[in-house]
Ligand binder design. Sequence first.
Ligand SMILES: *Cc1c(COP(=O)(O)O)cnc(C)c1O
Length: 406
Amino acid sequence: MNAAPISPAYVPAQPEKSVTKPGDLAIAGAPPAFAAPLHVGGPNVGDREVFLRHVGDMFDRRWFSNNGPLVQQFEQRLCEDLGVRHCIAMCNGTVALEIAIRALGMEGEVIVPSYTFIATAHALHWQGITPVFADIDPATHALDPLAVRRMITPRTSGIIGVHLWGRPAPADELQKVADDHGLPLMFDAAHAFGCTYKGRKVGSLGQCEVFSFHATKFFNTFEGGAVTTNDDELAEAIRLMRNFGFAGYDNVIHPGTNGKMVEICAAMGLANLDAVPEIVRINQHNHALYSAHLVDVPGVSILPMSEGEESNFQYVVLEVSEDAGVTRDALVEALHAENILARKYFWPGCHRMKPYREMFPHAGLVLPETIRVADRVVILPTGTSVSAEAIATICSIIRVVVERGA
Ligand SMILES: *Cc1c(COP(=O)(O)O)cnc(C)c1O
């Protein structure tokens, strides 16, 4: 095994200038701070040698898909790491969500946050299920259990919580709501790989949890996802649905689709799993640097990760308050001019995206906190491709833009 789990061919971006006054800003005509675009989630890559060795074995076996040995090994590793009985690896997080939703028998209406990546809502809509949006707690950005309770109707068939930014949703309170109404509860855990809830790894909350290993997630398999659960029967149904419902060569016993993870993605997953502790260490360090640099800039703050829990620190969430010297959108514009591709995740909220806006023109009336949070958040670049010098420069740009605005 290589001692360095992160691929050595990786050179973090360095800033091209320092910024101390408005005239240094790209929006004032100065050259941009970065020569190439700095993305919020540049892919993290583990040891390439480990990956290539697995790929070599794969070619020797000529077994590329259909529950191959690398996928089996990957699922086994995830079960051990997350302390959960079953892991079913999939081609991506969205198909994993769709299959989990169907396996839980959801139909009619399902309650979800509007403040999430669009895939959470689409996975329902795509299957003829109506996503009903409930409001969030502005302090945590997670689904508010009281708001969920208010949105339940006789047509409600389930609840999907989202562990946004890796901060665990209030699972016990949501479970209480679900139990009171006899509803299945599942979680979109796309942001929460490696995070804990009350000291336990996310992965066995609710009936099942769904992960994404997309290239932009801090832990990736190029594209990929998984459903994890402690429910034996549910796991069996999900396994069947992932592979057209096949039980043996000629026997189809369940409706299904093609949700299989391929071997080369599992090879990437196995190589990157070894690097996860190091990537988290870097993310946590980056998060602390941003927080320290920005602590005295008025009107902006970094959302802390959950106190007392482990986090993967994969998102640096900046909140721009209404009384800051600059609007959120003007700050994003100034950062983009510097080649810092900060993002307004998940603005404007699913309910204000065309397919759902037309379905629920008045949804905003019950989503005041969603609207306020979506209008003030900026996600900043982090991960292994962002150096300490880059973070110092990004923060000095934010400081000068905010102070100039004021
Ligand atoms: C990334 C993401 C998904 C979708 O996962 P894919 O693997 O890209 O299909 C779903 N939900 C959330 C919250 C995500 O961030």
